[in-house]
Design a protein around this ligand. Structure first.
Ligand code: HMG
Ligand code: MG
Length: 302
């Protein structure tokens, strides 16, 4: 019998992680169409934007307008990134119900990304947990779980300790980010061995950037451990402004193609996803990075 889950929940991060590093600022209408079409294609969790400093992440400067104008489906959750109380207040005023806190296992990355130490980030999260409305759900992110662009490889024990802290704060799950996409199944396995000795698999998600083309292999390894929540980005968009050279997240359509081929349900319509991948990449002036999107390219693409 397969150890794989029968259903994998995909967390679509394209509108946020996918776009945050793009120099070309997309019109609000394009972003709204992207999110609306992703929901129609069956994605049940779509990370929409970030309530962060517009000076740091100019692409997310329209967070309030985007969230207030978005026509939300009742059965879909639309999380946003929130770094501090200022972001929380803005998100709540816009009607947000799901937020994501984000920190890193590496001090230097944390400092560059959110301008504070890891310990200070936890203090910020405690304040957010105290101030947020009770019914607002909170996801945690940890960056650099395999390696940091400034510090090199990171020990799994550090990620374990931080994951336990985020769960104790009240996060319903923690997403493990290979921010620079350097990991292979050779590093993912000991990381998950360490975490799953103490934490149930349903509390963990995986978030692989695909810089070295290892993301699908890493996802396969992760789901063989019973992990059933996987982050991905339509068209393979993505990158982090504080992780030079890191490319996009694993493409959602590549993950869907692999999982469906294994008989694992995602609830996502692959054909619609391919059309969306071409739509958003054309809006950015390029073709998708996804091999599946290229192999199944719609007939009308030039
Ligand atoms: P800071 O400089 O420490 O904050 O920034 P501050 O309190 O000193 O304020 C400085 C200025 O920022 C002020 O404006 C504040 O109003 C403003 P000024 O007076 O100079 O005009 N400010 C804000 N504006 C809007 N929304 C806010 C906010 N907070 C302060 N919430 C801060 C701290 C975290 C805000 C900043 O460093 C920042 O925005 N960083 C960007 C972080 C980010 O979005 N990174 C990318 C996402 S994380 C990621 O991609 C990794 C992930 O995908 C997982 C993985 O792959 O590993 C999740
Ligand atoms: Mg990321």
């Amino acid at each position: 019998m397969s150890a794989y889950p029968t259903h994998v929940r995909l967390v679509e991060v394209g509108p946020r992680d996918g776009l945050q590093n793009e120099a070309r600022i997309l019109p609000l209408e394009t972003k709204l169409e992207l999110i609306t079409r992703l929901a129609q294609a069956g994605l049940s969790t779509i990370e929409t934007t970030s309530f962060v400093s517009p000076k740091k992440i100019p692409q997310m400067a329209d967070a309030t307008a985007l969230f207030t104008q978005l026509r939300r489906k009742p059965d879909v959750s639309y999380p946003v990134l929130v770094p501090n109380l200022q972001g929380l207040d803005a998100a709540i005023a816009a009607g947000v119900q799901d937020i994501c806190l984000f920190t890193a296992v590496s001090e230097r990355f944390c400092e560059r990304n959110i301008h504070c130490s890891i310990a200070e980030s936890i203090q910020r999260f405690k304040a957010i947990m105290t101030h947020k409305p009770k019914d607002v759900r909170v996801r945690g992110y940890i960056s650099c779980v395999i390696a940091c662009p400034y510090e090199g490889p990171e020990a799994p024990e550090k990620t374990l300790a931080l994951t336990e802290q985020l769960l104790a704060l009240g996060c319903y799950e923690v997403s493990l980010g290979d921010t620079i996409g350097v990991g292979t199944p050779g590093q993912v396995a000991p990381l998950l061995d360490t975490l799953l000795a103490r934490i149930p698999s349903k509390k963990l998600a995986v978030h692989f950037h695909d810089t070295y083309g290892q993301a699908l292999a890493n996802i396969l390894r992760s789901i063989s451990y019973g992990i059933s929540t996987v982050d991905s980005s339509v068209g393979g968009l993505g990158g982090c402004p504080y992780a030079d050279g890191a490319t996009g997240n694993v493409a959602t359509e590549d993950v869907v193609y692999m999982l469906h081929g294994m008989g694992i349900d995602t609830g996502v319509d692959l054909k619609q996803l391919i059309d969306i991948s071409w739509f958003i990449n054309q809006a950015l002036g390029r073709v998708p990075r996804s091999k599946t999107a290229i192999a199944l390219a719609p007939k009308d693409v030039p």
